[in-house]
Design a protein around this ligand. Sequence first.
Ligand SMILES: Cc1ncc(COP(=O)(O)O)c(C=O)c1O
Length: 371
Amino acid sequence: MSDAKLQSVLSSLSQFARKLNCLASSPAPDASCVKLNTNENPFALPPLVRASAVAALERQYLYPEDDNIGLREAAGHAYGLSRDQVIAGNGSSELLGLIYRAFLTPGDAVAMMSPGFSFNRKLAVLQGAQFLEIGWGEAHSLPLEQLLFGPAKDAKFILLANPNNPTGTFVPIAEIERLLAQSDRLIVLDEAYVDFAPDDALRLIDRYSNLLLLRTFSKSYAVAGIRIGLGFGHPEVIGRLRNIQNVFNMNVIGHAVGISILAHRSAYDENHKHVKHERQRVSVALSQLGFSVTPSHANFLLAHVPAGRDGIWWQASLEQKKILVAVFPDRGLEYCIRVSIGTKAQMDAFLAAVSDILGAERSGKSALKPH
Ligand SMILES: Cc1ncc(COP(=O)(O)O)c(C=O)c1O
């Protein structure tokens, strides 16, 4: 295509996508890396769940079931809802995308508690919407006044994750219920990490038609690579999302594994117990090493690094030792790292690397220069 033709084609298209950088695409790290940067759950599947994935391969030549009916029914059964109150997605990020597309038109505003899950900003920009970031209140509480009467009052929906990513903090469900009761806006409550938390908001679904709850099986059920997400809400809200959903959005393995996980959730009890135990152990160890750790209710820790270096320096130093962690310098967290909770061996490797780095710093042998 000639350059002039290309320019003419590009300028005739919506310009929203042009404003976005591609999602950061990092190549798969080599297998020797300890991957603690994206909050996966690095454990094998329970044998029955694994068997369901293998059995689904027999149906590889068939299209998956239309409208995810079996999975939605199984989820309804497991969580005490009707099938019409459930939508199933290729990961909960697909469901987030549907929410922005279904409920926003260019020029609308959407509000998210911040710092929060940054993927939301991208979805808002893509929709030509204004993205309002509302700071957490004291001790990571919900700033009700601001959400009801401040800049967020005209937002089409308010989004918050509980527990929150990247802080790991948890808002008591009573606070969320106050927001639901007093607001006439849709509240999108992302419970991606809820299986590591003390409580959840499922019981509010039948009471508040303005609640849209999202779950993912990526974190607590160890299937980030299979892509299973669920959304729960009023049938009218769920129906609008299903109306715009891609046909055959999931695959036969996702359906089979999702249904099997729902039938065998207790098989993950040990997994969740392990994560909570390691979270506590690593939190104490990091504190003893001079980090300040935000109390977490998720499968990761946000840690403020010791004075003298920033998060990016720590990320690079750890990467040299083949340990991957996440940083968020653009969200006012430039002195923090976020580390996922993995196996005991992975966490031991992480803590040993941190100790080594601190030791090298103290003896002036650090390989990296401060920026
Ligand atoms: C708060 C939050 N919501 C949603 C997701 C997306 O999860 P999924 O793998 O289901 O797309 C993530 C993933 O990191 C997350 O942190």
